[in-house]
Write a protein that binds this ligand. Sequence first.
Ligand code: BMA
Length: 373
Amino acid sequence: MNRLIKVYAAGFILVAGLLSCNNAGKKQQNKDNLKRTPETESMLQTLKNMPKHGIMFGHHDDPLYGIGWEGDEGRSDVKSVCGDYPAVMSFDLGRIELGRDKSLDKIPFEKIRKEIIAQYHRGGINTISWHLDNPVTGGDSWDVSDTTVVASVLPGGVNHAKFLTWLDYVADFMHSLQTEDGVKVPILFRPWHEHTGSWFWWGQNLCSAEEYKALWRLTYDRLCEKKVNNLLYAYSPGSEPNSPAEYLERYPGDDIIDLIGFDCYQFDQAVYLEQMHKSLRILTEIAQTHNKAMAVTETGYETIPDPVWWTEVLLPVLKEYPVSYVVVWRNARERENHYYAPYPGQVSAPDFVTFYEDPVTLFAADVKKLKSD
Ligand code: BMA
């Protein structure tokens, strides 16, 4: 009996070993077959070297809409306040997975494509998040009513085939980001964000660490299979980590991730500063040991009621760490009091100009200049 168990166990170990070899082989194959475009490699170098020059400022959906406007050609609340566009533009692909024309925030994907290309021509950087729907319930990203969603999209799961078609919509969009000369625009892709909270269906209490990592691996492998070679990948947990080990608990691997970051918002100033310092200290350590770029992938103080928030709260903390960029969230035109960048007349606008003028902060023209130097 004992021997039989041993034989079974040996057989199991052998099969598991073969399977993992297979996976490793596949991983290797993706890496080998898929060479990133020179522009994508160059964007990675830009991100890694940026802390030597300064910190890029970014804003989500910046050129799409702002306070009191939508779709005006060339307009940006940030530019209206300080005279230049953000160095980093952030966009979201939520609902692309359904083959829709408009995102979850009701922006035509065609328009997002156009703005991504415009930002590339400006010399700036584009990053994309993905608030995709819940493939089990048909609800949105925030539908956490079912804890089997991640498992269901993994190989062998009931929604696996459907989920591959979702990833293929993303692949098609990434491929479509080309200049008139056929240069593919490099993108820092930031899916599966804020997973250390439990407000998205891929969050902490909704799947195991292994399932979460498998979700990343599946995403990466499928996009590689589809020959998407203009992407870098960002890992972006939510709540602040207490240690490097905690930060890395669900980390998908150095072979996938190019940039490490975190999302952290101000509600209470003292708590915010403590969270920022703690997270940035941990990230600085990991960025060095894993040789990754690092950034504050989302932050902000909703409605920015503090007139000196930019220069007295955000900037001093950023200055202490090798941060490539900081992104503040969107200036919603459809939701009252949901904005994170100033607009003309907003109480923190003069301070934002001082923030812009600080040699450490970099906007689109600064980055363009850096590249040409
Ligand atoms: C959230 C809010 C939502 C929005 C989503 C995706 O933080 O701004 O209103 O739909 O991001 O942009």
